[in-house]
Design a protein around this ligand. Sequence first.
Ligand SMILES: *Cc1c(COP(=O)(O)O)cnc(C)c1O
Length: 381
Amino acid sequence: MSDRVYRPATLLVHQGRDRDPATGAATIPIYQASTYHHPGGEPGEYDYARCGNPSRDQVEEAIALLEGGVRGFAFASGMAATGSALSLLQSGDHLLACNDLYGGSWRYLTNVLPQQGIRVDFVDTTDPDQVAAAITPQTRALFLETPSNPLFQITDLRAMVAIARQHKLITLLDNTFMTPLLQQPLALGIDVVIHSGTKFLGGHSDLLAGLVTTADPDLAKRIKSFQNTFGAVLAPFDSFLLARGIKTLKLRLEAAQQNAGELAQRLKEHPAVAQVIYPGLADFADREKHFAQADGSGAIISFELKGNEQVKALLKDARLPIIAPSLGGVETILTHCWSMSHAAVPAAEKRTIGIRPTLLRISVGIEDIEDIWEDLSQALD
Ligand SMILES: *Cc1c(COP(=O)(O)O)cnc(C)c1O
């Protein structure tokens, strides 16, 4: 690809490299090799696959281009990406995190970081004053998710960046829900963006992957060193699948988002439904805050049913959706947050955050909306 600056739809398709330099093949091959020949004892562009390989480079360049980073990093899962990005912290540091967080990230922050001597406090990041008040002399970073998962709490990213700069904190944001197409946090001043590539970027529920990118060359250097040293890198075949998924992100996301908008309206009108949380709805509380920093509502809806009986009936009678703890696939995925995505979070904690057993999350796929609705409404009826 030339050095021209392309628009997102073009970038998704062509990414940083769109043909094999060795053969001209229309896709980057799966470079299934662990090590690379050193001619005359000198390393070439590649020396050992943990440090880099052309299949992985493709997705690393893609995420950097899409988010506006200087460099991207691909990991074996979203959690490996999160853990590696959080290696920017060291013993004695204090981390502030938003209190409604992906369950696996919550587990990492509460189980792993404290073992490493890093203190973590959860704070309501929708209120900048509470964030400012929670900062101590040891605070080094802010870990954010917006919209939060599954309650769609909206954190004002510009306000977080302003506080972080004042106190010299590193800001990290999990952008999995929005994807780089709908929200570009680096442009708002966020330091490190993390993705579970397992979700929308991969898009077909056929791989695990994680991505990190930053616009700060010094942070990039440190993350590169952790990636290479810790070694939880994305394998060549999974890199190939992820690169392939990314090519159709725009088409998939637009179709899924359109379905989600329609489904949110219909769910709202169903008598079994107590509440629908979706940024695209007119009554979404933080609509203005969300759309000041994002270009769309996304394809995920949370909704609350009136009772546990309705939840049981829906999970038993829905035929079309996969019932599972994931999101972002071409197929509709229905999640019971209490027992699936947030199983790692203790019951009392879930109740404090506002995750009740009657809460469901649906990642709307690209099927025909009438089929999705017929299936869900018969189960809800
Ligand atoms: C799934 C997910 C993760 C973790 O990603 P894995 O690829 O499953 O390790 C992190 N953050 C969010 C928001 C997610 O949805």
